[in-house]
Design a protein around this ligand. Structure first.
Ligand SMILES: Nc1ncnc2c1ncn2[C@@H]1O[C@H](COP(=O)(O)OP(=O)(O)OP(=O)(O)O)[C@@H](O)[C@H]1O
Length: 304
């Protein structure tokens, strides 16, 4: 049986912090027990881009059912940067794929921009960035970026203009005519971000986009992604294994338990938007990272 949220541990409504301030409900001794006092509902917000209620997903396989997600409640507001973090196999990718209509929930409700995931996909409500860049080696970077626009039937001049704009946004101006294999791994991943942005979705779904890159490149791309989020005001849902990455990037960190994936904590952070990597040395950052780690540990302990 999945662990249920304790009565009385419903949604927390952290105070609004000013720049540099943090919302850290649960202080001192209360901290230790906090990770298991689950917050499954995000704070109310003007517009929910993603609204998930009681969602479960079981894969039917030849070896029997695989319970991937159990009773997930989550509300993601416009402009949020939300990260899913949890142990391998806990259902992070599956949850992202349900939002993207690449998997169907077994039960529960989900809406994306007020629509069913299928309708949202058909209306191209989101851009999806995969773990690997998934660029076609025989197409130039520009023609990789414009592929979805070609499929949508946009005129060539507009396709070119958008490719120029979004390649510029990810600092790849001048690489339009290169082929993917002529670019580094980090540059290829940036090109795939430009491709996800080029049809101008409000929602960006990113599945461990920097997981395969070395730490220095990842740091650099984290800073660039944050700048891009700041500039464009998009809603980002981001899957990661990395605690520092989640804390650095996110406005909300969703900590998941081992399979079946449940939300065991939602942690808010209010670092200033234009933050640099140096915030990782601050006590506030370390406090949030600690709480994420405690949540992950608590989830594991429950499974033992
Ligand atoms: N199509 C599928 N059929 C059967 N089982 C699946 C399928 N897709 C995922 N699973 C299983 O569901 C569980 C959750 O998988 P998922 O990929 O969502 O985890 P994850 O948290 O993203 O893992 P990782 O961090 O390793 O990428 C795993 O046990 C996985 O084996």
């Amino acid at each position: 049986m999945g662990r249920r949220r304790r009565p009385g541990a419903a949604a927390r409504h952290p105070r609004e912090g000013g720049p540099g301030e943090l919302s850290l409900p649960g202080q001192g001794a209360a901290m230790a027990g906090m990770a298991l006092r689950m917050t499954q509902t995000l704070a109310p917000s003007p517009k929910a881009v993603v609204d998930i209620e009681g969602l479960s997903l079981t894969f039917q396989t030849n070896d029997g059912p695989v319970y991937a997600l159990s009773n997930v409640d989550l509300r993601i507001a416009q402009g949020d940067f939300v990260s899913f973090i949890g142990p391998s196999g806990c259902g992070k990718t599956t949850l992202l794929r349900v939002i993207a209509d690449l998997e169907k929930a077994t039960s529960g409700k989900i809406s994306v921009n007020g629509l069913s995931p299928q309708e949202a996909r058909q209306k191209r409500a989101y851009g999806y960035v995969f773990q690997a860049p998934a660029l076609y080696p025989w197409r130039t970077i520009e023609r990789n970026v414009t592929l979805p626009l070609e499929i949508m039937g946009l005129p060539a001049a507009e396709r070119k203009e958008r490719a120029r704009r979004y390649l510029d946004l990810v600092n790849l101006s001048g690489f339009e005519r290169k082929f993917p294999w002529q670019l580094s791994g980090g540059m290829q991943q940036r090109a795939s971000i430009a491709r996800a942005l080029c049809f101008e979705p409000d929602l960006l779904l990113m599945d461990e986009p920097f997981g395969a890159l070395d730490e220095i490149v990842r740091d650099h791309l984290n800073e660039q992604l944050l700048g891009l989020w700041d500039k464009t005001g998009k809603t980002v849902v981001f899957v990661t294994h990395s605690i520092p990455e989640a804390v650095f990037l996110s406005t909300r960190i969703v900590v998941m338990s081992p399979r079946p994936g449940r939300i065991i904590d939602v942690i808010e952070s209010h670092f200033p938007r234009g933050r640099g990597l140096d915030i990782r040395e601050t006590p506030e950052f370390l406090k949030i990272a600690h709480r994420v780690r405690e949540g992950l540990r608590a989830g594991h302990a429950y499974e033992d």
